[in-house]
Design a protein around this ligand. Structure first.
Ligand code: FUB
Length: 388
């Protein structure tokens, strides 16, 4: 087939060139160009299918029209959520979920968050909005193991490669975490054929420490299925802990140097109150629900997360990336909409929180990402942010 197309391209280009011979030079040049294009088309049409079709439709939007607005939707032509922001190569890259216009019916398994692809956005600087849309980075059609619900992703860079981590339900309806790689921060990303072995639940957040060691923090309750893994194996009957029991912590897994596997056992992050007692299962104002994020400030590791049904973003700190973490307080007051999910990033000496709300649509599953400044008190505590 490859050989046939090549010959066909040559013949067609050649016939076109012959037709043009009596014509004036510009037309002749045009036909020679057609010959080249025909052959080029031939040589690309037989490449194996690419992982995704790159649609950099808006990358021409380089024009800087002013500072990035705070607490205002950053993207309004599509719905976006769960923004993971990172500084790569001096720019801010944002990896959000892409909420659908038409979602499946609501269920307590979160079916109404039916996302199918990821897109990448960037900012050349915080003084230079709007966001640049780099198009599709990964589509569920190119993830062999995934069935549905591509929820909150994250990205990381190591050894010259960019990695996109993402949860999705496998063919058995169980959330797993996948990884896809690209030489570019904007993708397209090529997914590994299988999820990360041993992975489960949702909301991966990957933190690469100063010594190059990478850790994944993950997990989420209810539709995120973390309660189904309390024994280390999946149980459809899993329930979340109640009064008198410690709440479930997010999971922590060290990543192998190639960033594609877990290195050793998955651990549970211990989150304790200032007296050293585990946060209890019924302490819904402080317990971990979903959306973990890790950042480091002045040598301290900050584990921040959503309290789910009470709609706060809160944080706990440790002098180690693996904890135990001591609860410190609230970080973001409740947003419009049920879910609250964030990332924290330092850029040009200032700190920012990226988050989402439902202000654009008024619907819980059609969200929009926003950014706000984040500041610390002298004792390392974070000043509470109002989302509006
Ligand atoms: O976007 C789907 C889910 O909603 C995320 O995985 C959760 O963190 C919540 O934001």
């Amino acid at each position: 087939m490859l050989y046939f197309n090549f010959i066909q391209g040559l013949v067609e280009g050649y016939l076109c060139a012959l037709d043009c011979l009596p014509m004036k030079a510009p037309y002749y040049n045009f036909c020679l160009l057609a010959l080249l294009v025909a052959n080029a088309a031939c040589s690309t049409s037989n490449k194996p299918p690419q992982p995704t079709t790159k649609n950099d439709s808006n990358t021409s939007l380089q024009e800087c029209i002013g500072p990035v607005p705070f607490k205002t939707p950053l993207i309004s032509n599509i719905y976006t959520a769960d923004p993971s922001a990172h500084v790569f190569d001096g720019k801010i890259y944002i990896y959000p979920s892409h909420d659908l216009d038409d979602n499946p019916p609501s269920s307590n398994q979160g079916d109404h968050f039916g996302m199918k692809d990821y897109r990448v956005f960037s900012l050349n600087s915080m003084q230079c909005g709007p966001l640049i849309d780099h198009g599709e980075a990964l589509n569920i059609e190119n993830v062999p193991w995934a069935q549905k619900q591509m929820w909150a992703p994250d990205a990381a860079f190591k050894n010259g490669t960019y990695f996109l981590y993402f949860p999705a339900k496998d063919k058995n309806g169980i959330f797993r975490i996948g990884v896809a790689a690209s030489p570019s921060p904007t993708g397209p990303f090529t997914a590994q054929p299988q999820p990360i072995p041993g992975s489960y639940s949702i909301d991966p957040a990957v933190f690469v420490d100063d010594d190059g060691t990478a850790y994944m923090y993950f997990g989420g309750l209810w539709g995120g299925q973390l309660q189904n893994w309390r024994t280390g194996a999946y149980s459809a009957d899993g329930v979340i802990p109640g009064a008198g029991e410690p709440a479930l912590g997010p999971r922590i897994a060290k990543l192998t140097d190639d960033m594609l596997h877990f290195d050793g056992d998955i651990k549970e992050a211990q989150i304790v109150d200032p007296e050293g007692n585990p946060i209890a299962g019924d302490d819904w104002l402080r317990f971990f629900f979903e959306g973990a994020w890790m950042h480091k400030y002045k040598g301290q590791y900050y584990l921040s997360y959503s309290t789910g049904p009470t709609h706060y973003l809160v944080y706990a700190t440790s002098d180690k990336p693996t904890g135990p973490f001591t609860y410190r307080g609230r970080l973001l007051n409740p947003v419009k909409g049920w879910t609250t999910h964030h990332s924290i990033v330092e850029y040009d000496g200032a700190w920012y929180i990226f988050y989402h709300d439902s202000s654009l649509s008024g619907e819980d599953n059609k969200r929009c990402i926003k950014v706000a400044p984040l500041t610390y008190n002298a004792d390392g505590s974070i000043k509470i942010i109002d989302p509006d």
